[in-house]
Design a binder for this molecule. Sequence first.
Ligand code: NAD
Length: 290
Amino acid sequence: MQIGFIGLGNMGAPMAANLVKAGHGVAGFDTAAPMPEGVTRAASAAEAAKGAQVVITMLPNGAILRAVAAEVIPAMAKGAVLCDCSTVDVESARAVAADAEAAGLGALDAPVSGGVGGATAGTLTFMVGGGDAAFATVKPLFDVMGQKAVHCGGSGAGQSAKICNNMILGVTMIATCEAFALADKLGLDRQKMFDVVSTSSGSSWSMNAYCPAPGVGPKSPADNGYRPGFAADLMLKDLRLSQQAAEGADADTPMGALAAELYRRFVEEEDGRGRDFSAMLPRFEARHRG
Ligand code: NAD
């Protein structure tokens, strides 16, 4: 397939490199990042999109996605598919899809989970919103870049799944960290705490697969000085998107709101910027009640 790839940062570069390795032709455009090996540099986003059957975007936010989409949609051939893999607000995802479909294109919102490690290994999970035909066109590319692609529904369903998942993740990580800090103060050994909770009703991915306590459970960023992994800044971004969506949809999400506020303080007022999101544990360790 001929593919246009716009946004070749930490995630986009390894994803594009995997498409090249699988034998696809990739024309790339980024305002700052270098092209990975085998990706042809285009002079603009529109240039990268010209003649492509699929255009993939992997950009920082919804405002940038909207600007890039306005540029590439008129350059794309009828029947081609615009597939956005960024994490953006549901409203931007739906607006871009509507514009693409009005221009005779297919459109998907297909955010990912799995981070830079998953992008490099080709083991991402894609959560996809959009039509059946567009999903079928891009599915072989999802199979190259990832290990699973779930077609969640119409436009915006992929972003909805992503922010709901990450809202659960933010809340359970905070709950796991504050419970460890309480267990410490009660004199409970961390390994015993893990042994009990990871096989009891308090278990979660945060405890079982990504344990925030160093030296306990499987290897995680806690064992690497809390270097990300999944940065607290990115968790804050996703929690803000979930709150924006909750406001738009009139949904009551008090735990998500509190998680967003705690990660905001951690990143903006404390020492959370650039640290893994599980570094909430040393944060709670250092605090007292009241
Ligand atoms: P990044 O900042 O490394 O990459 C974004 C790239 O977009 C940069 O290279 C930037 O130069 C480029 N860019 C910005 N404006 C542009 C424009 N107008 N035209 C062309 N290129 C432009 O970010 P990332 O870590 O690769 O993340 C990309 C997206 O994936 C984000 O939406 C993020 O939330 C999401 N995501 C990231 C991770 C992760 O672990 N890094 C995990 C899941 C999802």
